[in-house]
Design a protein around this ligand. Sequence first.
Ligand code: NOJ
Ligand code: NOJ
Length: 457
Amino acid sequence: MGMGRLVLLGFALIVGTVNAAAWMDDQASRSKAYLLDNIAPPGAAKGSVVASPSRQNPDYFYHWIRDAALVMDAIVTSYLKEADSGEKALHEQRLKDYVRFSRQNQTTANPSDYEVSGGMGEPKFEADGTAYQRGWGRPQNDGPAICAITLIRLANHWLDKGRDPEVRGTLYDGKVPTHSVIKADLEFVAHHWNETCYDIWEEISGYHFYTRLIQRRALVEGAKLADRLGDGGAASFYRAQAAKLEPLIETHWNESKGVLVPTFGRDRGVHYKTSDIDTAVLLAILHSTGSDGYFSVDDDRVLSTLERQIRVFQALYHVNQKGYGATAMGRYPEDLYDGNGSSQGNPWFLTTLAVAEMHYRIANRLEARGQFNRSLRNGPFLDSLGQSSIHHFRGADLANLIAKTRARGDAFLGRACFHGVKDGRFAEQIHRDTGFMQGANDLTWSYASFLTAYWQR
Ligand code: NOJ
Ligand code: NOJ
């Protein structure tokens, strides 16, 4: 990191957030540019998103279904926000290319075909769109659900604009068998949610909070879209499946540990993950936000989990004991993946940025609700914000709580950026002792994570 940026960020971290906005705006435009560099770069097919340009140590030059869907979700947001018609048209073309490429993935024979998921849970494809033939943790059934959530946003926007034929053509044709991407993903989710699969970290097969919550969200939003398009039978089927997932999702709360448990029913994969601390749970909340408020950010089970995780990672990494500000967050404490091989796990950009986004979303939600009450479960979160003595937050107390929550979000955002380099580039990880970047350079998902946090701010 260049000294100028370090001093600037150090200053922002120390004096608080008064002049924080300028460097954040700057980081946002850089993040956007670097993210775009990884959409269909030279050597990759149109519509693909590479996880990173890195082709060796590690080789991340693949189209991961999950990473791509999360990155394209940021593109949908950019598209909806964009005022300039030229820029908007470029985003629309990227989205159309992504739709075509995703449909091609769905119909490309791949190793998941002869495993349980009928090919749709395949986690990644070669950047040219051909199947990845070597061994991998497959299937990963969150992918189709995230892709559906992203494209349903696009479909709803196009329907608002009267573009029904395009929606019915490529996105949701309401037919079985289908020729459209959202319908295929929803049919897959609706028929396979009760199967074990690998988690988002690609290491453990079982039933995951992340996957289940995302699947439920895809089915709920999918049902609304199906209704909008006159596919009522499918809508009630999707709703019924979502309703079956709900009691299972509830079982992930462990009252005595005070956390949402990431995985049950492990049947394959690594065995050393025992703490039940996993930031995938927080990502689940962020990636499944919806208007029904199901598992929203201010749910006291979520706040309890969030605070527990921060405390665990604060104590775990040497780099968190150096007074650099808010906690650099990892995936889970027992993690051994160092970004290229197996040695020791590290903090990640995207998880630290997710905690920033959590705080902004909590603040926004409290603002919308206009009141908040202390509970046994959310107490530690409130304590960490210096709010130990207040039980009912209203008026000035609430305003103060909201301001403190946002400021803590800024501290996490600042913390992630502190470990970037001077031109605002983010890799996958941050070395747990030295604080230097580590693992795949220019991880596309890291940039998307900055943008989604920044937009919430
Ligand atoms: C690569 C996966 O992407 C990563 O999540 C995992 O930790 C390592 N392989 C080790 O299995
Ligand atoms: C490893 C991560 O664990 C996984 O979530 C991600 O999809 C891949 N790397 C690609 O970025």
